[in-house]
Design a protein around this ligand. Structure first.
Ligand code: NAD
Length: 329
């Protein structure tokens, strides 16, 4: 099976190439994003392999089908960028990698928390300039702080496990309670209760049709002053314009973002020689208490290896008319 791999980067190609010979696939890598203009690169391929910011809207799927593509292999867990109705109508199979390393994302969320809390980003710059003054670097003990975890699936649970080690008081919100969270000492409660009690709020739920701008003006207004907010899930969960206002009025004390509403025009590429036109991004990234990472929470060797292996197994299963268990229905 010939597969066009879009948005492919060297750090992941390496892992795919190590395993490719063991599977009935021929991979063709493109560093460009999949969209209506680039879909033609998949000519002659039975499958495309796509990532979080590839465009798999209805017109793109239609175009891929005309080219002979019958499988979309997502090399990530989320599939909010795939038009599922169109895929179903065109009889296109979708497979994904539901879990590759929840710990990778959880550890990154906690890295953002600790960097913001202990001002590591500021200390790094100061000490390189031989400035060892401590003014403005005061953090807080994580021990005893109230942390609200929104979404207690695989990544939420891995995050709770780390936070329990810190001695945090754990609150959780999820439409479905998870016994692992309760065993870790988390108290399930409402979102509003988390907003009013948490010192730190970290998002670990998927983006769905119902939770776009889960954190908006109203949500921020219910939070404690100087709350820390971490988003490693999906950008549109946080209303970025409302976040700027909440930073300005001191509601948000620290904001850690691995994902961003308009990231598809920015992330995964080098724009260091360009003028960034996204004013919202520029205003956010200019704040001393905001840290962006470019959708890298998943980026560990272990996760990349698992992603490559599961994706190749998914494609092999499709090619052999087997169920991989990772189909999106
Ligand atoms: P999962 O399916 O194991 O768990 C998601 C949990 O969220 C489930 O328990 C579900 O019931 C809950 N949920 C659904 N809607 C909710 C809502 N409105 N409010 C609260 N909880 C809700 O998924 P996971 O593996 O833990 O991944 C979570 C998310 O993390 C993914 O959907 C993806 O968006 C994101 N992610 C980001 C990266 C990254 O590199 N930044 C990598 C992987 C996953």
């Amino acid at each position: 099976m010939k597969v066009a791999v879009f948005s492919a980067r060297s750090y992941e190609i390496r892992h795919f190439e190590q395993l490719e010979a063991n599977y009935p696939v021929e991979l063709v890598f493109f560093d460009t994003q999949l969209n209506l203009h680039t879909a033609k690169l998949a000519t002659g391929c039975k499958a495309v392999c796509a990532f979080v910011n590839d465009d798999l809207s209805a017109p793109v799927i239609e175009e891929l089908v005309l080219l002979g593509v019958s499988t979309i292999a997502m090399r990530c867990a989320g599939f909010n960028n795939v038009d599922l109705d169109q895929a179903k109508a065109c009889d296109v199979s979708i497979v994904r990698v539901p879990a590759y390393s929840p710990e990778a994302v959880a550890e990154h969320a906690v890295a953002l928390m600790m960097t913001l809390n202990r001002r590591i980003h500021k200390a790094y710059q100061r000490t390189r300039d031989a400035n060892f003054a401590l003014e403005g670097l005061v953090g807080f003990n994580m021990h005893g702080k109230v942390v609200g975890v929104v979404g207690t699936g695989k990544i939420g649970i891995a995050t709770l496990r780390i936070l329990k080690g810190f001695g945090c008081q754990l609150l959780a919100y999820d439409p479905y309670e998870n016994q692992h969270a309760i065993d870790l000492g988390a108290e399930y409660t409402s979102l509003d209760d988390i907003f009013s009690r948490a010192d730190v709020i970290t998002l670990h739920c998927p983006l769905t049709a119902d939770n776009r701008h889960l954190l908006d003006d109203q949500a921020f207004s219910k939070m404690k002053d100087k709350v820390m907010v971490i988003n490693t899930s999906r950008g549109p969960l946080v209303d970025a314009v409302a976040a700027i206002q909440a930073l300005k009025n001191g509601k948000i004390g620290a904001l850690g973002l691995d994902v961003y509403e308009e990231e598809e025009h920015l992330f995964f590429g080098d724009h260091s020689n360009e003028v960034i036109e996204d004013d919202v991004f520029r205003r956010l990234s200019a704040c001393h208490n905001v840290i962006f990472t470019g959708h890298q929470a998943f980026l560990t060797e272990e996760a990349l290896s698992n992603i490559a292996q599961t994706t190749l197994e998914n494609l092999a299963a499709i090619s052999n008319n087997r169920d991989s268990g990772n189909e999106v229905r």
